[in-house]
Design a protein. Structure first.
Length: 169
């Protein structure tokens, strides 16, 4: 389904919405179209026509509650590790706990890494020291507002680029 980038009144990216929801916000005058779809597509009703939006902006500012930590989700973890196995560098399909949960490891950013199925099965519930492995990357908590937009930065519409930029590391 077609996605539309939603900006706060201050042009801060908030999230992506399905096209239907975006059009409803525009028609209710809760949002305005910042960029129309590059293809020039138009939605028609019996009484009006509207260009298909690519980016919309809320007319009123919405306060976003401050989060001290980014929530740990599978997609966020895969994005953090660039879909690469932390052990061998191949394409990752699973999540692995560096210190296994069966040995007291927690399900937190600092203990989770992306892993390929082969490495995950080979490691099983052992510690890295027991099998002589090392991590290619040190797991940590991602920082920055752009983590609310997982999948948007690389997979989104090219027109979103001026609004969705990762901060310099």
């Amino acid at each position: 389904m077609r996605q539309v980038l939603l900006l706060n009144a201050t042009y801060e990216p908030l999230t992506t919405l399905p096209l239907r929801r975006a059009v409803c916000l525009v028609l209710r005058e809760k949002a305005e179209v910042v960029h129309s779809d590059a293809s020039g597509a138009i939605l028609h009703s019996a009484t009006m026509s509207i260009e298909v939006p690519s980016v919309i902006r809320l007319r009123r500012y919405v306060r976003i509650p401050f989060r001290t930590r980014v929530p740990l989700t599978r997609m966020a973890l895969m994005r953090r590790d660039n879909f690469r196995c932390a052990y061998c560098g191949h394409r990752a399909e699973t999540i692995d706990h560096v210190q296994p949960r069966s040995r007291g490891g927690k399900h937190v950013w600092e203990n989770c890494v992306a892993s390929c199925t082969t490495c995950n099965h080979r490691k099983a519930d052992r510690l890295l020291e027991e099998i002589g492995w090392t991590l290619k990357v040190t797991p940590g908590v991602p920082r920055g507002a752009h983590w609310r937009l997982i999948g948007v930065i690389n997979d989104g519409d090219p027109q979103w680029a001026p609004y969705v930029t990762e901060p310099a590391a």
